[in-house]
Design a binder for this molecule. Structure first.
Ligand code: TXA
Ligand code: MG
Length: 346
């Protein structure tokens, strides 16, 4: 296939989408890989380009609230309330699907995830395309998502037609996915819009992990989402650390092969196990050391940091886990999954 073109021309990118091409574009969360959700060839190419399992449904993206009827004719009142409060923004509502959206887009479910990004170029692109655009994160399936156009090129050069350059994603992790089709709203994937924020509008909302026998109560959502697929994984082995960011020096023989990601200064615990090593000296030899100033910065820089560790050929990433609430909960979910942890739904 020909190599991937890179452009800043939103009109060109919209025309490419309208003619069935695959176009990566920035959003406020991560880069998406767009394709016309009504064009079977485009959708097949999209799954092929990412190497995405066909049982993992895609989110349909729209430019504005006025385009909602292109993706669903039957919006539950809970979905309308969420969109009213948080769209455009980093939230996806799962609602009954418009027949026009291809079955392959939603992995044969009768529901569809809908999102309206809050990002200038994404909004303009989607408004100009003026049709529902399926857009998973623009990375090879299983790899960390992309927050720069260069990272998209790394994964998808030659596999997609175009990359639209634009403002860098300000959130850095994917949207909150809320199933609005059941008796009460259920958060299937945490994101920048927090449980507390959603409960302030819809008080009965719960995280799927907190619902006993979730699979029995909500059978419709189980067969689909990417719950069994690996996600966000770098080539390097990820070693999660507790919220203090402390870690043991024992066994750490080759610091130059290691990365450290965290929020605060690293403290070495294990002096007695490594006599003769000066810990400060050791950590200064790390192949990559990033201490983010805030949780927001950590989320924004997280995927790029994983990718940078891989670019440098590092073997291990020591990763301070974020606290398990608000934005921290969403980041922690990605961190545990990057470390190969199970038990998350999407
Ligand atoms: O922030 C985002 O949501 C980014 C940007 C590009 O918009 N997109 C994104 O797409 O993260 P993707 O494909 O990487 O993740 C979509 C998630 C998957 O975990 C999928 O299982 C879930 O949304 N999903 C999509 N449609 C669904 C549906 N009908 N029912 C349940 N889950 C659904
Ligand atoms: Mg993804």
């Amino acid at each position: 296939m020909k190599s991937t073109e890179i452009t800043q021309d939103v009109l060109l990118a919209a025309e490419a989408l309208r003619s069935g091409q695959l176009v990566a574009f920035p959003t406020e969360t991560v880069f998406g890989l767009g394709a016309d959700a009504t064009n079977p060839q485009s959708i097949q190419r999209l799954f092929d380009a990412k190497g995405r399992p066909s049982n993992n449904p895609l989110i349909v993206h729209l430019g504005c609230l006025e385009q909602l009827s292109q993706a669903s004719q039957d919006l539950p009142s809970s979905a309308l309330k969420l969109l009213d409060s948080f769209a455009p923004g980093p939230i996806t509502v799962v609602v009954p699907k418009h027949p026009r959206i291809l079955a392959a887009v939603s992995a044969e479910l009768n529901t569809v995830g809908i999102r309206i990004p809050d990002h200038p170029q994404a909004s303009e692109l989607l408004r100009l395309a003026n049709r529902p655009i399926a857009a998973p994160s623009a990375n090879l399936s299983g790899r960390p998502s992309c927050t720069t156009w260069q990272a998209v090129l790394e994964d998808l050069d030659g596999r997609i037609d175009l990359i639209l350059k634009g403002d860098i994603p300000r959130v850095g992790i994917e949207s909150t996915v809320v199933d609005c089709t059941g008796r009460f709203p259920v958060i299937l994937r945490s994101g920048a819009v927090t449980l507390q924020q959603i409960q302030s509008v819809l008080p009965t909302t719960q995280n799927w992990q907190d619902i006993p026998n979730y699979t029995a109560i909500m059978p419709s959502t189980m067969p689909s989402p990417g719950l069994l697929h690996p996600h966000y994984q770098p080539l390097a082995k990820v070693i999660p650390l507790d919220a203090t960011g402390d870690f043991e020096l024992a066994g750490l023989t080759n610091p130059v092969e290691c990365a450290y990601l965290g929020l605060q200064s690293t403290r070495m615990l294990d002096h007695q196990h490594s006599p003769g090593h000066d810990s400060k000296d050791l950590i200064s030899k790390f192949g990559l050391m990033i201490e983010f100033d805030s949780l927001e910065e950590y989320a924004r820089g997280f995927y790029e940091a994983l990718r940078e560790a891989d670019r440098r050929g590092l073997k291990r990433i020591y990763m301070q886990l974020s606290p398990n609430d608000s934005l921290g909960a969403a980041l922690r979910d990605r961190q545990l999954r990057a470390a190969g942890g199970q038990g998350r739904l999407v």
